[in-house]
Write a protein that binds this ligand. Structure first.
Ligand code: GRF
Length: 206
């Protein structure tokens, strides 16, 4: 893999995971460069974080496209122009469709605030609380056709405490998300993630 790893981050909102990636790069804990941050929402706070770090931003609003494929083709154009190695979804609130998957299969990661395959989809933290789980956490995975179904790269567990509400549990999980996402990108940049069917083998460092 050419160094530094060229990353694109796709966002829709707050961007705390984006910030964790920015911080890790600035601290030289991650040998990567964020080539572009793409948001489907013009008011996403993630865009402010990117601009502050001097990263190019692009707003591609999904709602102005009649067909989802056309929206995705526009994203692909930007990703290709930047010769991106890895696409990181970080609070990107859309299901990735076939056009992007075809171009970047095995090179798209997502972070999810639960221990998959439990509680996929929206409001994962609330799902875990409502279910009465005693443990939850986060999952970094490669993206496939399904919703949060792709091969798992890293999982970190956190306890669900007696008096947790959605905010306290989300906060405890988020802290781990930031570490897990950076670690997964680092492993990818070191060429240490080997996709074998639906399993991801982490090979040892050279
Ligand atoms: C995170 O909880 C992430 O796991 C989920 O959406 C949230 C995004 O948060 N996919 P942020 O925008 O990175 O702060």
């Amino acid at each position: 893999m050419a160094k530094p790893l060229k990353i694109a981050v796709l966002v829709s909102g707050r961007g705390s995971n984006l910030q964790a990636i920015i911080d890790a790069i600035q601290k030289q804990a991650l040998d990567a460069k964020i080539e572009v941050v793409i948001s489907n929402k013009p008011d996403a706070f993630a865009l402010e974080r990117a601009k502050k770090a001097g990263i190019e931003v692009l707003v591609i609003e999904d709602k102005i496209f009649k067909a989802k494929d056309d929206y995705e083709k526009e994203i692909i154009k930007a990703l290709k122009a930047k010769k991106v190695d890895l696409v990181c979804l970080a609070g990107y609130m859309k299901i990735v469709g076939h056009p992007i998957l075809r171009e970047f299969k095995g090179r798209i990661m997502n972070i999810h605030p639960a221990l998959l395959p439990s509680f996929p989809g929206l409001h994962a933290q609330k799902q875990a609380l409502d279910y009465g789980s005693k443990v939850s956490g986060c999952t970094v995975h490669f993206v496939d056709e399904g919703t949060d179904t792709g091969p798992i790269i890293i999982q970190t567990s956190v306890p669900v405490l007696e008096h947790d509400d959605c905010d306290t549990l989300s906060e405890r999980i988020l802290e781990q998300e930031h570490k897990a996402y950076v670690e997964a990108i680092k492993l990818f940049s070191e060429g240490r993630l080997k996709l074998m069917g639906r399993k991801v083998q982490i090979t040892s460092a050279h």
